[in-house]
Design a protein around this ligand. Structure first.
Ligand code: 8NA
Ligand code: MG
Ligand code: MG
Ligand code: MG
Length: 345
């Protein structure tokens, strides 16, 4: 029903914000068992009603997610040139948000060529190979919400929105996979237990179509996402909680291939208790677990959080935790605006 869906919209965007804000201080860390204890205390403290601390600022992940959401509410017909303009405007007004090292060249070129061809600068990245970073995947949640009832529309819009900055197949397919996962979360009832194997099977079926498509064009690249999804199923099935092993198999870095499947795994694994993470709240557990893997913590936790929030809705988000995040009210309003646009059209 509409009340639940509206709460899922908020949960998704707030989950993405919280993962970014809480994960950012740990970006690039290797998490030891001591680090995990620190992380547990960090969350316990932030959940406390009395705790007052400096506001946790968001990074590029949220800056770009905001642009995608704004582009959809301001131009509901979906205007990728407008979206590109918003990315560039956002970057030049607040460049110090921790953007990837190379994506900033795209923003400069887009501006200097006056958005004449919005896909050309990204195409030229890495000597024409295109970026395979996770910067496309980290910002797709508003598209998954906007196209929650239109699967093909979502795939095509996610691909076009990603190609503004990332044209490598792995970056595009990673963004597509992230949007599929969020869309599946929106359709599930938070009162039910998730069938994790089935959740991944559905993703495998969908990615098979996407990667088969690509295979015809570029036969040497295979089906890397399908393989990662099978790895997720094996890890979930074995109950293996060894962080090093999980990182070795799925990855935790800034490549889309080494972070989107990891986020999906974190979300699914966190539906049941995890050793050394003490909380009954599945939303918090998802984000805390994603950060506990170290590496690209803000981005992986943000992608995990958007799934957890899209599944559970914003009622599951601890309000004390939320109040430590920069822009939390604004993000909630953006979710409501997106929902209102869909109701109007
Ligand atoms: P990007 O397109 O600049 O890619 C990020 C990095 O990935 C590049 O700087 C390269 O090192 C590498 N890379 C991507 N494609 C290729 C390629 N074809 N060949 C060789 N190397 C390649 O930026 P992005 O938007 O994808 O980056 C997103 C990430 O950067 C997010 O994690 C975001 O939070 C940010 N960030 C991450 C860290 C971190 O250490 N984890 C630190 C600061 C910022
Ligand atoms: Mg970031
Ligand atoms: Mg394709
Ligand atoms: Mg990051």
């Amino acid at each position: 029903d509409n009340i639940l869906l509206k709460s899922k919209f908020r949960g998704c965007l707030l989950g993405s914000l919280i993962g970014d804000c809480f994960g950012a201080p740990f970006e690039g860390d290797i998490m030891t068992s001591g680090g995990k204890v620190v992380l547990q205390k960090y969350f316990d403290k932030l959940e406390g009603a009395a705790f007052k601390g400096p506001i946790k600022t968001y990074t590029d992940d949220t800056a770009m997610t905001k642009c995608v959401a704004k582009s959809l509410t301001d131009k509901p017909a979906v205007d990728f040139k407008f979206m590109a303009r918003l990315f560039v405007k956002e970057y030049f007004s607040e460049p110090r948000r921790g953007y990837g090292k190379n994506v900033v060249d795209v923003f400069a070129k887009l501006r200097s060529n006056k958005f004449d061809d919005i896909y050309k600068p990204a195409n030229e990245q890495f000597a024409g190979m295109g970026s395979f970073g996770n910067g496309g995947a980290m910002r797709v949640s508003p598209l998954a919400l906007y196209f929650h009832n239109n699967y093909q529309g979502m795939i095509s819009a996610v691909s076009n929105a990603t190609r503004i900055t990332h044209t490598h197949k792995n970056a595009i397919n990673g963004a597509v996979l992230q949007s599929m996962a969020v869309q599946q979360c929106l359709k599930l009832d938070p009162a039910d237990k998730i069938d994790a194997q089935k959740f991944v099977n559905n993703l495998i079926e969908k990615m098979r179509m996407i990667e088969v498509d690509d295979e015809g064009l570029n036969i040497d690249n295979g089906t890397p996402y399908k393989e990662k999804l099978v790895d997720i199923q094996k890890l979930l099935d074995s109950g293996n909680d060894d962080t090093e092993e999980i990182i070795r198999i799925l990855g935790n870095d800034i490549f889309a291939l080494h972070s989107v499947p990891t986020a999906i795994f974190c979300f699914l694994r966190a539906q049941t208790p995890i050793p050394r993470i003490t909380t009954d709240n599945r939303f918090r557990r998802s984000i805390q677990y994603a950060i506990s893997l170290g590496g690209d913590t803000d981005t992986i936790a943000s992608m995990t959080g958007s799934m957890a929030g899209a599944f559970l809705g914003d009622d599951y988000i601890n309000k004390h935790l939320l109040r430590h995040c920069e822009f939390q009210k604004g993000m909630s309003e953006m979710a409501d605006n997106l929902f209102a646009v869909l109701e109007d059209t």
